[in-house]
Structures are given as C-alpha cells and as structure tokens.
Design a protein around this ligand. Structure first.
Ligand code: ADP
Ligand code: MG
Length: 183
C-alpha cells in the first residue's frame, strides 16, 4: 500500500497525498485508563505506520492532573510532530481509528476509551469546522498540551506566533504536569 520509494531511503518525506502537499502537524496523545504508557506507544507506532506520514519527533511523556472532570485518574500526555501528505480531515479520521484500535482496554468488552488523539495544529491550515477546528480550540489553555509542545519548540516555531515556552511556564503554575519516567 505504502509507496516506499527512494525518498524514504534518503530519510526525506515518505510521500505526498492526493493534492501533493506535505504538511507538518502536531498531535496530542492522552491516556488515563489501562496501561497508559502502552497506549501512547501503540499510538506512536500507529501514526508512524500511516500512509504518506513520518513521525519527526515525540516529546517526553508527562503525568498530568485531569482538567474539567476532576474525579478521574491522572493522565499520561505527549505531543508528537509528524509530516504528512494526508489531508487534515483524512488525518483526523485516521487518528480516530487509532483511538478506537489502540485505546481499548484489553479485557473490557465496551470499556471506556483509553486513548485520545487530538490534532493541535497543521502547517498552513486554519479551520473553524466543528469536525476539525485548527488550531485546536483549547490548545493554549491546557498545560498538558502546551508543556510537551514547548519541548518540540524548534519544530513548532514556524507554525505559531505564540511564545509556547513562556505560556508553558505560566500554565504550569496552575496545572500539575510532572515528568513521567517511562517504564
Ligand atoms: P475531546 O478530545 O474534546 O475530549 P473527542 O476526542 O471525543 O473529545 O472529540 C470530539 C470531536 O471533536 C470529534 O468528533 C472531532 O470531530 C472534533 N474535533 C474538532 N476539532 C478537532 C481537533 N483539532 N482534533 C481532534 N478532534 C477535533
Ligand atoms: Mg479528542
């Protein structure tokens, strides 16, 4: 299915999508049920296996206090930077399929979702479509997203005018985000 041509071998793009455009995108991974680290790992592997997609970098993993609905387990969160030829809506569809596959608690028949994959930003794309709003509407309020995004600052720099590192330091004072030692 995937076209593994010469481009792949010299470490460049793994191929463009139908409109020929390859874009950088930042994705947020989160898990708070089951084997959380395994869910994130499975998500990263599934993203790397998408057609016309390459994982450029993954932030460290953080353990974070739940926001909003606070009576639930702490999350593991991570931000991943990919380069993809998939159209944004197609990328979303693929991310939702990854959530469904990798996010299932092993023994539960209809267990709660264990993985959330959100699209934070896609290079050159702004959208207020409720199916896919870009940048993600709650991105700049969430320490669990901004802190790992700040770790990928050199890759994020061209995509936003926001001072991600300053914002990360500010949000971190209000929302618990701790480095997670991956087992
Ligand atoms: P949440 O991530 O807010 O906890 P869901 O993962 O269930 O909730 O997503 C709810 C809906 O948000 C999805 O049906 C999706 O179409 C929509 N959505 C809008 N913008 C985005 C985005 N940038 N990334 C991911 N989903 C998005
Ligand atoms: Mg989501």
């Amino acid at each position: 299915m995937d076209d593994m041509g010469a481009e792949e071998q010299d470490g460049r793009s793994s191929g463009a999508g139908p409109d020929g455009t390859v874009r950088r995108a930042f994705l947020s991974l989160g898990a708070n049920l089951g084997d959380r680290a395994a869910s994130l790992r499975a998500a990263r592997e599934a993203l790397a296996a998408l057609p016309a997609t390459r994982v450029l970098a993954a932030s460290p993993v953080y353990e974070t206090a739940p926001q909003g609905l606070e009576d639930q387990a702490w999350f593991l969160n991570q931000v991943v930077c990919v380069e993809t030829g998939l159209e944004p809506l197609e990328l979303l569809r693929r991310c939702q399929a990854i959530e469904q596959r990798a996010g299932r608690v092993r023994e539960a028949r209809f267990g709660p979702r264990t993985l959330d994959v959100d699209i934070l930003m896609v290079e050159g794309v702004e959208s207020d479509d409720p199916r896919l709003t870009l940048p993600h509407p709650r991105l700049w309020r969430r320490a669990f997203v901004v802190v790992p995004l700040a770790d990928l600052w050199t890759l994020a720099r061209g995509l936003t005018t926001v001072d991600v590192r300053a914002l990360a330091a500010e949000l971190r004072r209000e929302q618990a985000v701790e480095p997670y030692r991956d087992g």
